[in-house]
Design a protein around this ligand. Structure first.
Ligand SMILES: Nc1ncnc2c1ncn2[C@@H]1O[C@H](COP(=O)(O)OP(=O)(O)O)[C@@H](O)[C@H]1O
Ligand SMILES: [Mg+2]
Length: 367
């Protein structure tokens, strides 16, 4: 990514989206922790994984297959790379959508060398035949290679050297049980606490060689939706601002001003989130209103509203999903600074700031 001026192209549709495009992946590569000790937060997963890896190193065998699950941008790919690095082996990377046919997977598997780590991103999107081939490979270290065609075709079993599959998924619920069972260790990544994100930001700032104040890191962390990827992205935008309009130092003023330019509000909502929330409150008196109607009002596809804006609004306890439609909670009215009209349905605000409000969580789980 080019240093310097705030490039409107760079604004992207979603500064606070958790996904990453090609350009961003390059920027991210420089910031990825390379060792487990440098991986911030996720203490439980880190501890467990550290044991798995150390034990396997001690026994001089490939560790059990590892499944990493959790929302985008929380560090699954980073952990996969760390696993290979800690084992002192190489990482082979593929993904569910990249494997069209079982044959593609057979080719990858049969080229693996002893002890290598095979990273399968978005593993829940593997096609069924490939999935079945993977069961056998993971359990018996064997792959059946089909030779010949039609009636004369036969399967020759090929023994594979020991290797480790690291699977990543944003939708562990979609993973068929037999596949899930073949992972000896599953790590669930959860959203980061603000102080952890602050550490991610300070670390990244160090790597980028920028001068940042603690208050600025704190401010950016609070707007990063619990997600390191977003934290790093906002950091880069604040750096741009400080360079072009400030004195190069990332202080609180720079952080606030930059995030205002990019329309990321104090709790990390962007324009689309606020448009949805405002429509829900102002146009529909807080709901309930159907998703399609709501999406039409803000001029977006239902799909976009449902997958992009809604999850965070629900997680933060601003919006609740009910069988009759979407409703604004008391916290939503409060956030927009409007008085709810009398008689509106207003759910209680979340108990803590962390978005684990009982109301939203329960409704979310039922959905
Ligand atoms: N625990 C962490 N500590 C420091 N940086 C992290 C951490 N988790 C993620 N990151 C950073 O966030 C970005 C996205 O992480 P990534 O592993 O690609 O997420 P995922 O694969 O889960 O979508 C990377 O640039 C990475 O450096
Ligand atoms: Mg990833």
């Amino acid at each position: 990514m080019a240093d310097g001026a705030i490039d409107p192209q760079d604004l992207g549709e979603r500064l606070v989206g958790a996904g990453a495009d090609e350009v961003e992946r390059a920027a991210e590569a420089a910031l990825r922790p390379k060792k487990l000790d440098d991986f911030v937060g996720q203490r439980v997963v880190r501890d467990q994984l550290s044991l798995v890896l150390q034990a396997s190193i001690g026994r001089d065998t490939a560790p059990d297959h590892v499944l990493l699950s959790g929302p985008p941008g929380l560090g699954k790919t980073t952990l996969a790379m760390i696993i290979a690095a800690e084992l002192g082996t190489s990482l082979r990377v593929t993904s569910g959508p990249a494997i069209q046919h079982a044959g593609d997977l057979a080719a990858v598997l049969s080229s693996l060398e002893e002890g290598e780590v095979l990273f399968i991103d978005e593993i829940h999107r593997l096609a069924r035949p490939a999935e079945e081939l993977l069961y056998v490979a993971m359990e018996d270290f064997r792959v059946d290679v089909v030779v010949g065609k039609g009636a004369g075709a036969s399967a020759i079993p090929l023994t594979l050297p020991p290797f480790t599959v690291v699977g990543a998924t944003t939708r562990s619920g979609l993973l068929p049980a037999p596949l899930r069972d073949r992972f000896g260790f599953t790590g669930h990544l959860d959203f980061y606490e603000a102080d952890e994100l602050e550490r991610v930001i300070l670390r990244s700032a160090g790597l980028l060689g920028v001068d940042i104040r603690h208050e600025a890191a704190h401010e950016i962390a609070g707007r990063s939706r619990g997600t390191p990827r977003i934290a790093n992205r906002l950091l880069r935008r604040v750096r741009d601002w400080a360079q072009v309009r400030g004195d190069g130092v990332l202080d609180l003023r720079a952080a606030r001003a930059a995030l205002e330019v990019y329309e990321v509000d104090p709790i990390g909502l962007d324009r689309l989130d606020r448009a949805v929330l405002t429509a829900l409150c102002r146009r529909f008196g807080g709901g309930p209103v159907g998703l399609t109607t709501l999406a039409m009002t803000v001029g977006e596809e239902s799909d976009t509203v449902e997958t992009v804006a809604e999850p965070y609004l629900v997680r933060e306890g601003l919006v609740a999903r009910t069988p009759r439609g979407r409703v604004a909670t008391a916290a939503a009215w409060e956030h927009l600074g409007i008085e709810p009209p009398a008689g509106t349905w207003a759910a209680p605000a979340p108990t803590t700031g962390g978005g684990t409000g009982a109301t939203s969580r329960t409704l979310f789980d039922e959905a």
